[in-house]
Design a protein around this ligand. Structure first.
Ligand SMILES: Nc1ncnc2c1ncn2[C@@H]1O[C@H](COP(=O)(O)OP(=O)(O)OP(=O)(O)O)[C@@H](O)[C@H]1O
Ligand SMILES: Nc1nc2c(ncn2[C@@H]2O[C@H](COP(=O)(O)O)[C@@H](O)[C@H]2O)c(=O)[nH]1
Length: 261
């Protein structure tokens, strides 16, 4: 039997703003956590059956890893932020970087900003799933958070460049690889300039690197053109929802429903 289909006891509901996973909600859709002798914490109230099944789906296997790459300025962070805000059970992987924070960036939210000695120590201690040096700075994905987070059954979204993405795929072949494509070279340049975040020299470096990054698209499972923002968002959402509907993930739910027949 595929171990990912194994039924595991329910854990405490995950802290989330989305009512589907166990945050008590207001009447008439009130959901109350109750103890179930077989499965641990379950739910009561009108939404109980649905909640129970969704929690089962969430906790009976590890979460999905979604990797999102694109040339700088295409719109990764814009779309990633919206996905994490609007889709339940999806969390953003906060990278470590030696780059200095830009105006408005918050440590622990946009990145963990660390000095080079700290970053190098993390590499030496095997604390990073992957890391790269790009645009003159080091960037890396922390291992502990990824592993502990996946164990909760929640999904993770990584916004990383293509070399790191390859390394993640090598370490986690089941990761879902998504490549975001700018509609044209001119539009990419215009977005980088309009963003007003980087000096012109830095923008040139990023544009020069864009061709190489784009050439990496064959390593990805899904390609989404970010022309109209809402359409790109819709496509990314579709990839995530379709992945969640895969048999490997929903098998436990189907088994539970089947038992009722
Ligand atoms: N579909 C779109 N149409 C027009 N502008 C867009 C679109 N998507 C994103 N943008 C804008 O383009 C700029 C770059 O977007 P964003 O910062 O999300 O890119 P990024 O790929 O995360 O870049 P980096 O890799 O440098 O962090 C932002 O100003 C954003 O508002
Ligand atoms: N391989 C990794 N790439 C990362 C990581 N975190 C961010 N990035 C990528 O770096 C560039 C530049 O980012 P910026 O914030 O300085 O504009 C961009 O393409 C990010 O996707 C990481 O942990 N690993």
């Amino acid at each position: 039997m595929n171990p990912r289909l194994r039924l595991s006891p329910l854990r405490q509901p995950v802290e989330t703003s989305h009512p589907r996973v166990g945050v008590p909600a207001a009447s008439p859709h009130e959901v109350r956590p109750v103890r179930d002798p077989k499965y641990g914490t379950a739910f009561a109230g009108p939404q109980a059956a649905k909640m129970f099944l969704w929690s089962r789906a969430l906790t009976s296997h590890s979460g999905n890893v979604f990797v999102l790459s694109a040339p700088s300025g295409t719109g990764k962070s814009t779309l990633a932020k919206r996905l994490v805000q609007e889709l339940p059970d999806l969390d953003f992987s906060i990278s470590f970087t030696t780059r200095a924070p830009r105006a408005g960036e918050v440590d622990g939210k946009d990145y963990f900003f660390v000095d080079t000695a700290t970053f190098d120590r993390m590499i030496a201690e095997g604390g990073l799933v992957e890391w790269v040096e790009v645009y003159g700075h080091k960037y890396g994905t922390g291992k502990d958070w990824i592993n502990s987070h996946l164990a909760t059954g929640r999904d993770i979204l990584l916004d990383i460049e293509t070399q790191g993405a390859r390394n993640v795929h090598a370490a986690m072949p089941e990761a879902v690889m998504i490549f975001l494509i700018p509609p044209s070279a001119e539009e990419l340049a215009s977005r980088l300039r309009k963003r007003g975040r980087d000096p012109e020299a830095e923008i040139q470096v990023r544009l020069d690197h864009a061709r190489h990054e784009l050439s990496q698209f064959p390593a990805y499972d899904y390609l989404v053109v970010n022309d109209t923002l809402d359409l790109a968002y819709r496509d990314l959402q579709a990839v995530i929802l379709a992945t969640r509907a895969r048999r490997e993930r929903m098998g436990a739910v189907a088994e539970t429903i089947l038992k009722g027949f």
